[in-house]
Design a protein around this ligand. Sequence first.
Ligand code: MG
Length: 385
Amino acid sequence: MNRRDMLLTAGTLPLVAAGLGAAGAAGPSPTAAGADGAGDGQASLSAEALRLQLRHTWTTVMSSSDTRDTIFVRYTRDGVVGLGEGAPIKRYGESAQAALQALQEVRPLLLAGDPWQHRELMAKLWERLPGQWALKAALEAAVMDWVGKRLGVPLYRYFGLDPRKVPLTTFSIGIDTPEVTRQKVREAAEFPILKIKVGLTSDEATIAAVRSVTDKPLRVDANEGWPSKEEARRKIKWLQTQGVEFIEQPLPAAMHEEQRWLRDQVEMPIFADEACLHLRDVPRLAEAYDGINIKLDKCGGIWEALRMIHVARAHGMKVMLGCMISSSLAIAAPAHLAPLVDYIDLDGSLLIANDPFTGLQVRGGQLILSEQPGLGVKLRPPAPR
Ligand code: MG
């Protein structure tokens, strides 16, 4: 066992917490229910930023980083605590600090609203709060976790789904040198399907490095990295010879007409990610893509994701559930809907070294949902001193 694994086992990796909740610099407070003291009919809400440490520097076309900040919210009512997490996305002008600030605008509404009428409560919240999709996702997850806990059922059961039908998740390999890429692929030995980030001039070298150590099925994500439809066609035709199942967002999201052209030029299915934010995007995307990648942090939560799944199906599209880098609390929310989709890329918590939560397990790429009510995730107990 190396030092990092030892620290993980002991649960002592530090978290940086900052924000408006009860937690101090040492990390989230494990006893929100008692501390918040929200009794009969009284609700309370706490929120804080979590600083997550990445196992490897994470590089895509868009950025390179060693940490990620997410927002962690606790909604307490009748002595029951619902937990939710959202990962603000820089591309859409979001940040954890801005989300915590924005939460103040809707705090009274959330505290006064009836969680049993969560559709109306969320509709009001959406009306009041422009943007801030990751915050909306976090708040809705906390309310739905609360509902599941009050009903005593895991959310997959609330939605009538079979947890054994969760597809295998891919494990993502960020852009790196060929040597580090080979090492990352070897470290990912337990995962049967890999998702490889490309989108730079080094793409061929990256795929060659992966293929030098594994013949596993690959999925590829260009994150809008290829600037022209001709280049995208050339690269996809090459990827078709490399055992790649499908490609995600080859062209910039705004290049809709070029994407329509590209789709007719190649056999490989093409998924929209950056082009697919909300329900209203889905019908038009069906003209140019074969599938969509839904993320709760983009769309605003579990229920919007559910609507998007059904609309995509109605248009004959394949559906993937994806995630941002986050702890396992944020991963659990889409995981409860995963029996409804074709593919999942829910590996965000596997890329961090200090997951503060337990309950969602991943073995050999298979997500195992807890039978505990709600999201089935709780704070990891503090390490013994
Ligand atoms: Mg993507």
